[in-house]
Every structure is written in C-alpha cells, then in structure tokens.
Write a protein that binds this ligand. Structure first.
Ligand SMILES: C[S@@+](CC[C@H](N)C(=O)[O-])C[C@H]1O[C@@H](n2cnc3c(N)ncnc32)[C@H](O)[C@@H]1O
Length: 343
C-alpha cells in the first residue's frame, strides 16, 4: 500500500514518533519501517503545515499492521441489528467451544462457527448448545464448525478430564467451586453421589487429603470416562467409580464423612439416603433456587432430617453461578450431627 510518511533520521525517530503520536498524526494501522539510514513514520490524512520541520514528507510502499482480531465478532459480516445478538460468553471444554445462539442468528451459524475457529487458535470445534436434557443431564449438541469429533481433554486445577460433552455432563464453570470443596477435605471418606466423569472426586483426591473417595453415576458413559480419568490422573490408590443409582448403590458403602450432591434439579430427594450413610459429617448440596425462595429452601433443608436422628446446621451457602434471570445454582454446606435428643 502507498502511504504518506515522515522520513526522519534514526537517532531522532523515537522522539518524533512519540510527538506524532501525541498529536494524533501517526497512522497506527501501518507498520513503521526503515529505509537506507532513515526511518519512515506513516502519517494519517491530517494535513498540518509544520511537518516538514521534523523531517521529509514522502510517499512510500508500506505494510499494514497485522493485528489479531479483538473478537470473533469483528470477523463477521452480518446485519448490524443481528450483531448485537451475538453472544459474548461461551463454554470451552478442552478444545471444544460450546455456545448458545439466539434463534434469529440461525441462518449464520456456519459463519459464526468459522469466525470463532479463526479468532480462537486453541479451539478445534465449535458446537451449538441446544439445552441440557434427561436424567443424565446431557447437552443436546450440534457441531457447526471444525472437526466433528467431540471427544476432548479438559484441564482443570492441574487435573485432566477426557470426555465427550455430547455423551456426558460436564461444566467447566465449576472449577473454582470444586477447588473450594477439595480444599475443605482433611481425612475421612468422601462420597460423590452424582459424579459424572469425576471432577469433584478427582479434585478432592488431588487437592484435599481424603482417605478414600467413591463416585457414583447412573450414566455408563460417565463411569467409563471417570475410570479412565482416574488412571489419567494416577489416582487409583484412593478413588473408585461405580455405575448405579445413588440411592441404591450407596447403601452399604458408608459411613461417609463428606457427601457431595451435585444434582441441582433433584439433590433434595437424595438427602434421606445421605442421612443413612453418614454418622456425622458435612454435605455439599447443589440446587437451582429461585432467588426469592432461598429462605424456604433453607427451611426445607433443615427439616429434611426429621425422623433420621440427625441435627443439621447450614455453615455456609453461596451462589455458584446464575442459572436464569431469577434463578441461581447455589451450594449449601450442611453440617450433620447426631441428634443428642434421639440417643
Ligand atoms: C449435574 S451432573 C454432575 C456431574 C458432576 N458432579 C460434575 O460436576 O461434572 C449430574 C450427574 O448425575 C447423574 N445422575 C442422575 N441421576 C442419578 C442417580 N439417580 N444416581 C446417580 N447418578 C445420577 C447424571 O448422569 C449426571 O452425570
């Protein structure tokens, strides 16, 4: 490209470059280069009379600056009224990018997928999230760009998880929460009731100090990946994975000192089982809660041990992430003690 430049001596080039920058006269989209013993500083279109006092104004062949695009949105040529509907966030599981799209963007899914592949070098495949379904909480996924193989390895808190997000549930958004729970484990036996591919179990094993961790899941694909992930993270000495229904499989496995209950749409139903396999200890219960219903949720938890000879205390609760405009996924840290009145 031909560009108007200020040709200056090497020794004063930096001083003049800064001066032009301060006066908003430098063309930042064009690369500065040297020619002979001089430096060529590209100029924008503003005409000012005293430029020649600083150097010689010349027209030269110059190179544009190759800036990486700021966002995949910059690479898309779609109508401006649809541009504002483009999502700013997405999940990245290993090298798989998963995003939700507004219905009006559907005609452009191919372009959007390719723009994401181009903008994010660490992504191999882009897939559309059409919602989580069924008992196994699996996402309905449609590949929109890249390699259609969805099996990937996700790194979280120094652990590796191999999984296919179209076959098993996995959320990368829980990494901080899993580290928090793991950090609270000091000795004892841990039960991960709805273990998926093992992220809570393996975080506890690696970053806590459990004697033993047992994970259960109903989805055979989860257990296959979980067993593989135990080996991948060299955790076979204290972690094991079992296929089955948490209510049935856990009876006879106790007593446990810590129970993780990450089935946000149904954890409450499994609390009676937890009381039968825990003498005293702690439960981390995850639940999707309407924000106006937090008080009644606390009351339901506290009354759930009636008839099980346990006394409960909620030692902490927090929002893990928002779920919808009015609902959040929350964690309740429940301390379980034997009820002295029942002895
Ligand atoms: C929300 S996912 C949580 C997975 C895992 N804890 C994680 O953080 O990735 C819930 C899991 O519970 C499993 N599940 C559903 N009902 C179950 C049951 N009755 N017993 C055992 N697992 C169950 C599903 O297959 C799914 O993998």
């Amino acid at each position: 490209m031909r560009c108007r430049c200020l040709k200056v001596g090497t020794s004063e080039a930096e001083r003049i470059r800064r001066k032009l920058l301060g006066m908003d006269l430098l063309d930042l989209d064009v690369r500065v280069r040297s020619k002979g013993g001089s430096i060529l500083l590209p100029l924008n279109d503003i005409e000012i009379p005293y430029l020649s006092d600083m150097g010689e104004v010349v027209t030269e062949e110059m190179e544009p600056v190759n800036r990486p695009p700021r966002s995949y949105k910059d690479l898309l040529d779609i109508p401006s009224d649809l541009h504002k509907l483009l999502p700013s966030s997405h999940d990245i599981i290993g090298d798989v990018c998963i995003l939700k799209l507004h219905r009006e963007l559907e005609p452009y899914i191919g372009e959007i997928g390719n723009a994401l592949l181009e903008a994010k070098r660490n992504i191999r495949v882009v897939a559309l999230d059409k919602g989580v379904e069924g008992e196994f909480r699996i996402r309905n996924i449609e590949v929109i760009a890249g390699d259609p193989n969805l099996e990937t390895t996700h790194v979280e808190n120094n652990l590796r998880f191999k999984l296919d997000p179209s076959l098993v549930y996995f959320s990368p958004r829980l990494a901080t929460e899993r580290a928090r729970v793991a950090g609270m484990v000091s000795g004892g036996r841990v039960l991960d009731m709805f273990a998926g591919v093992g992220p809570f179990s393996l975080n506890c094993s690696r970053h806590g100090k459990p004697d033993e961790v047992i994970g259960i899941d109903l989805n055979p694909d989860c257990i296959e990946y979980f067993q593989n992930n135990i080996k991948l993270n060299s955790a076979s000495d204290n972690v094991s994975a079992y296929l089955g229904d948490a209510n049935e499989a856990s009876i006879g496995m106790g007593p446990f000192d810590l129970i993780i209950m990450n089935l946000p749409h149904g954890s409450m139903e499994f609390l009676p089982t937890a009381y039968q396999i825990m003498d005293e200890g702690r439960i981390h219960l995850y639940s999707i809660v309407e924000m106006t219903d937090v008080r009644s949720m606390i009351a339901s938890i506290l009354s759930s041990s009636d008839g099980y000879e346990k006394k409960l205390d909620i030692s902490g609760m927090r929002e893990v992430h928002n779920y919808s405009a009015t609902r959040s996924m929350m964690v309740f840290d429940i301390i379980v003690k034997r009820d002295p009145l029942s002895i």
